[in-house]
Design a protein. Structure first.
Length: 219
């Protein structure tokens, strides 16, 4: 491995760090290697740009001379394999962590989608699928999960969930189990983990009317 390659790997640390944190904080399907590298480069460049702006701001406060604003070493000596700007990488890494949390907040709160919806540009609710969007909604607590294959219905509150292309995983607490066909009560458990074919389940959210009766919202 050449010295220039090692330098490039070190320089990309802030972007890779931000991408890892961002990936942990949002709901998403598995990223391809290309997308991970793309996000790392994007986060990294933004981190160094912000570091450059902060550096410029500090120097302006000291000298107030626009003609004497120094460039970061990373820009001016990119091709010099022997010069690795460790301090700049360190400061950019700190900035990248802040960026990752900020961008994750924007993504999780669907800020861009809400703005697009307000402007009439798009009605898309986000990048995650309907399963994740439904279960992550604030009003989803207790649900009915109907396991069609095994003819069972689970009633409990959602503690955690995930999925892949074929399987839906969900963890329920304070669970009551019923027959699927006639809703006969079978037993209760404190907690249950289910891994089911997503084509063989129905999830319903129970709503209580003013008269105390229940209605269900189906996903």
């Amino acid at each position: 491995m050449s010295e220039l390659t090692i330098k490039l790997i070190i320089i990309l640390i802030p972007g890779a760090l931000a991408t890892l944190i961002f990936g942990k904080l949002i709901l998403h399907k598995e990223w391809s290697s290309f997308r991970f590298v793309l996000y790392s480069i994007l986060f990294g460049v933004v981190s160094y740009l912000i570091l450059q702006l902060l550096n410029n701001g500090i120097n302006l406060c000291i000298s107030a001379d626009f003609n004497k604003l120094p460039e970061l070493t990373i820009w001016s000596n990119l091709n010099d394999a022997s010069l690795i700007p460790y301090k700049e990488v360190g400061f950019a890494s700190i900035i990248s962590i802040i960026i990752a949390f900020f961008v994750s907040m924007i993504e999780n709160k669907k800020v861009i989608n809400k703005i697009a919806g307000f402007l009439g540009v798009s009605e898309k609710y986000g990048d995650e699928n309907l399963y994740s969007m439904f279960l992550s909604s604030k009003n989803v607590e207790f649900i009915y999960l109907r396991d069609i294959k095994n003819q069972l219905t689970y009633h409990g509150w959602v503690k955690s969930f995930s999925e892949n292309d074929t399987i839906s995983e969900i963890r329920l607490c304070d669970v009551a189990v019923y027959n699927y066909t006639d809703s006969e009560f079978l037993y209760e458990v404190e907690e249950v983990y289910l891994s089911l074919n997503k084509q063989e389940i129905i999830i319903e959210l129970a709503k209580t009317k003013d008269n105390g009766e229940e209605e269900t919202e189906q996903e």
